[in-house]
Design a protein around this ligand. Sequence first.
Ligand SMILES: [Zn+2]
Length: 201
Amino acid sequence: MTALLSRDGTNFSLACDTCGQLVANLAPAMGTWQVAWSLFVEDGWRGAQRPTGPHACGRCATPRSLGMVEASFGRATPPGRGPQPVTWRELDGVTVVELPGTLQPATHARLHDLLAEDIRPTRHVVFDLSRLAAVDSALLAVLVAAHENAARHGRRICLAGGAERVTAALRMLSVEDLLPNFPDVPAALAWLTAAPPGNRQ
Ligand SMILES: [Zn+2]
């Protein structure tokens, strides 16, 4: 990811995935990722429209194939605390993934692997965020990758029960349309199981 969320989720920085150049404290002047990125593009930055990148600064010009956060998921988990258990269940043919209240770093990689390998991409997925206090860059990278994977298979993902500080961070990073949030799991299921116009199956 290259739009790095601040620890409290109310500000963001832009990092070049190639050289690591960091432009910090963008929210006060730019408001949202969309506004910030349109200005950085004029400044020679290149890369994905999405805040998860990859992005490259004007000197580096060619973005890597993966953003730095997503690339880190492929590396071995460092010694220390292992991933927390992540539970998921099938409900009305939709996979519901329940996230714990706070995520340890290794859990992001575990979630990423789970979504890539274990959860069938042929199903819609709801991420139950009702216990989650805040969203961070790594979780956002996982969620956006999940959205892209689902979209490739003609499926959708959404969030349920996201707290105000979580949804505010999603709006700031201009991904609220990619990752729509519903008050609870039943509301999310209702949205997912109502096929979009022209795509009924
Ligand atoms: Zn660079």
